[in-house]
Design a protein around this ligand. Structure first.
Ligand code: NAP
Length: 499
């Protein structure tokens, strides 16, 4: 793997202009304003450690003000015709596509992923705006006779109420649009709290909604480094009716406890520990391509990242050989540079975690084929790493790696593979490579995950219900299901009008 480290914190003129154009305030009730105590938080470039921008850091009272706005505009927004809500979403989609290059560059600056991957995320994230602009006018109910013939059953759908959305740093654009779009489409108003490491992309998106004509108070954005207290105050406010969170399972558990007080509707998109199964009847060319993207996309920092490569013993060596050859050609560097495949990890803690997990696996007998040692110099870089013969009990089989470490574990037969794959508290996604149709269908039945890639290494799609089983979460985002997370059902009984 080749390395090219950025030499200093210099930004190009375009980068400087782009950063200057991003709002630096909280977006509350249609106004951009500083935190009430003037506090700020600093956003840095993980490739260099350099400061990119200082923005407002909300106080608890600022969070309440954002909820005041969302609660105050709820009735009007819920009563706005679905077609009007849809057209605002559609305008936001058009504006985001128009500015896709800027959105992608901004994301790479604050998060680190290679620019082509940021462009892919903009396209994916924008698609939620278009998809839910199309879903908004399709919310329906039903009307029918009660079985005994004396009444009429009427079923209607209603927006659940003001919603609080919390998003992570790893997909700063798509995780925001995947929540904002169905909420607005359903008629909910929102307060959004982006991750404090990557808030700029979200502020960029909020600006787009402002330009798209979204009424003041319908979308509010609070950036803060005082995360716990600001969030808890909002979650425990009786006016809030919905909490949608994407992030780690431990934080998700804590938020579920807080949400229990108000019996909030909750959606939880939490951590993963995806198994990637390669059977002896797999097309190895396809499996290697799928493995590279399932593991190294987003520098391994995806909830859907393949965490454990379970490979039939008869093809494990060849699979590892081929993967290692391809990974050796990767280029590590700042995500804005041409040809870079491995950008920086988000912070020093992420580098330390990858290094510790690799050391543990090697200590227990795994073979290190490539990488394994943090890069020296500016930025938080960890090289693409390949481990084979990873032994049972290794920490990285149990924990979400969230880094560019590919770990191969051999298995002997299908039952063995299924047992290993399901041996985790998580259940987000699994990947299966087999050319045997019946085996592929058996895996759909047997693998305990909410999503599965059958001979593909990336499964995200705005038209599909994204979400996990077990400790990977509750609820679904995207697809026909996504809008229902923000709707509640009412059943009305009325007498048969003829009686
Ligand atoms: P995280 O530490 O749980 O943070 C996620 C969000 O929660 C951030 O906005 C964070 O704010 C906020 N947060 C942290 N502590 C909080 C608290 N006590 N109260 C309220 N909010 C709090 O997760 P992360 O490291 O950003 O993201 C990585 C995790 O997200 C991984 O586990 C990954 O698998 C998961 N993920 C899941 C999906 C999915 O769809 N299933 C998608 C992407 C990521 P601050 O930034 O201010 O701390």
């Amino acid at each position: 793997m080749t390395e090219s480290h950025p030499t200093g914190p210099q930004l190009t003129e375009r980068e400087t202009q782009l950063l200057a154009a991003v709002p630096d305030g909280l977006y509350v009730d249609g106004r951009w304003r500083p935190a009430s105590d003037g506090a700020t938080l600093t956003v840095t470039d993980p490739a260099t450690g350099a400061e990119l921008k200082r923005i407002a850091s909300a106080t608890v009272d600022d969070g309440v003000a954002a909820l005041d706005a969302a609660a105050g505009t709820f009735d009007a927004w819920a009563g706005t015709p679905a077609r009007e809500r849809a057209e605002i979403l559609r305008r936001a989609f058009d504006l985001l596509i128009e500015r896709a290059q800027d959105a992608a560059l901004l994301m790479t600056l604050e998060m680190g992923k290679p620019l082509d991957q940021s462009r892919t995320e903009v396209a994916y994230g924008a698609e939620f705006l278009r998809w839910f602009s199309e879903e908004a006018p399709r919310v329906t109910g039903r009307y029918g006779p009660s079985p005994e013939g004396t009444g009429r059953v009427i079923v209607t759908q209603h927006p659940v109420g003001p919603a609080f959305l919390i998003t992570p740093w790893n997909f700063p654009l798509a995780m925001a649009t995947r929540k904002i779009a169905p909420a607005l489409a359903a008629g909910c108003t929102v307060v959004l709290k982006p991750a404090s490491l990557t808030p700029l992309t979200t502020l960029f998106v909020a600006k787009i909604f402002e330009e798209a004509g979204l009424p003041a108070g319908v979308l509010n954005v609070v950036t803060t480094s005082n995360t716990g207290p600001v969030s808890e105050r909002i979650i425990r406010d009786p006016r809030l009716r919905k909490l949608s969170f994407t992030g780690s399972t431990p934080v998700g558990r804590k938020l579920l406890e807080q949400a229990a007080g108000g019996v909030l509707r909750t959606s939880m998109e939490l951590g993963g520990n995806a198994p990637f199964l390669v059977f002896d009847d797999a097309d190895l060319d396809k499996a290697v391509e799928g493995a590279l993207v399932a593991k190294f996309r987003n520098i391994g920092q995806a909830c859907t990242a393949a965490n454990r490569f379970l490979v039939h013993r008869s093809v494990a060596d060849e699979f590892a050989e081929r993967v290692t050859r391809r990974v050796a050609e990767f280029r590590m560097g700042r995500g804005t540079e041409d040809g870079v495949t491995i950008g920086p990890l988000i912070d020093a803690a992420a580098v330390a975690k990858s290094a510790t997990l690799v050391a543990d696996a090697v200590g227990r007998g795994a073979t290190l084929r490539l990488g394994g040692t943090p890069a020296e110099g500016a930025g938080t870089f960890f090289p693409a790493t390949v481990l084979t013969d990873v032994r049972p009990g290794s920490d990285l089989l149990r924990e979400e790696i969230f880094g560019p470490v590919l770990a191969v574990v051999p298995f002997d037969d299908e039952d063995d593979a299924v047992r290993l794959a399901n041996d985790t508290e998580y259940g987000l996604v699994s990947y299966v490579y087999t050319e045997n149709l019946a085996r592929g269908q058996r895996m759909i039945e047997r693998l305990a995950t909410g999503m599965m890639g059958l001979n593909v290494g990336v499964i995200s799609n705005a038209a599909a219900p994204f979400g996990g089983w077990k400790a990977s979460g509750l609820g679904r985002e995207g697809g026909a299901e996504g809008i229902h997370e923000y709707l509640q059902t009412k059943y009305t009984l009325t007498p048969d009008p003829r009686l």
